[in-house]
Design a protein around this ligand. Sequence first.
Ligand code: UT7
Length: 368
Amino acid sequence: MRNAAITGWGMAVPDRVLTNADLERMVETSDEWITSRTGIKERRIVGAEDSTTSLSVTAARQALDTAGLTAEDIDLIVVATCTPDQFLVSQACLVQAELGGTAGAFDLGAACSGFVYAVAVGSPFVQPGRHDRVMVIGVDTLTRFVDYTDRSTCILFGDGAGAVVLEATDEPRGLLSTVLGADGAGYKHLYIPGWGAFVPESAELFPEYRPYLHMNGQEVFRFAVRVMGDAAVEAVEKANLTFDDVDMLIPHQANMRIIDAAARRLALPREKVWVNLDRYGNTSAASIPIALFEAAEAGKLAEGDNVVLVAFGGGLAWAAGMVRWGTAGVCHDAECRKSAAVVPESERVPAGRASDTESRTTKTLAGG
Ligand code: UT7
């Protein structure tokens, strides 16, 4: 079985900065309250010139550059977002229209957990006969749906995009374990009504029917503290590793108190936890790939390091994974990449002789 190493990484945030001081002028809040309750100092907000597409494309191009690839080399693009620029066509196709190439392209909706879900979904595609290189993007522009008169939500969110390239290797690299979960019954603790096919018969029957982000902060907080710790521990155990083996925790950047609780569960010191929410706030599906990008660029991730990704958010959903960092076994020159794209004769499965498991998997993937 081939693995999917992370060989490229990129990120993008809008230029416009919204500080806690700016918010003090907009709603009844204070820098002291926001900092002590969340850890956030400022966030980036999309302007008229930005879009979910523009942020995604900038992050994707950077990820391609890091990997030394072009858009034509990519076989599949998966975009995790709950704020696509439009519903038809997919955000992934809009991104591909700018990047070029003919990769398969689809979106995945799991809100703030979306990037980890997308890596979990994209990694198994990196197999002989399927795809060799997959682009996974986590992007959100949630500030377009934030009510800037609601102090309980408008202080939290920022916009951004992060992207990674996954490439085939026979070495144990990339996602070693996956934990995915959801509690759909809790959806009303964090959701955006409207903008979908459902239209209420009468606005009076649905007084909350406003296309803004609605959130029960305390419920989400309790849920987050529980699932972040549980999912992170499960990801380590499923990879047959111990807490001592963990070199870095990349948590969803929502609230410093939630991050601290997850770090405590893994008994990790502060220097093994990547935090940037003070600068970007909660960027939803973008928060983990942006943090991953920063940790990689800062030289904090070495070949063979074990990195735990863990996220929670709207759904209510959660996701975690143990990633073995590095590019061991990945083809680095053009010739090798070309030949790796061809499935070796010995690995081809003759028609009608596929094992039950293989045919079931293929059908599931094909059936979408
Ligand atoms: O990706 C997932 C996205 N969602 C989340 O991560 C949300 C998770 N939840 C949280 O991060 C926290 O619940 C919040 C930061 C949203 C709120 O913190 P909290 O410690 O749970 O505060 P609270 O809701 O219990 O409110 C405490 C007080 C209330 O006043 P009273 O009733 O005690 O007088 C609020 O009205 O703080 C008040 N308050 C504020 N005060 C100043 C709420 N928002 C603000 C604010 N500035 N922005």
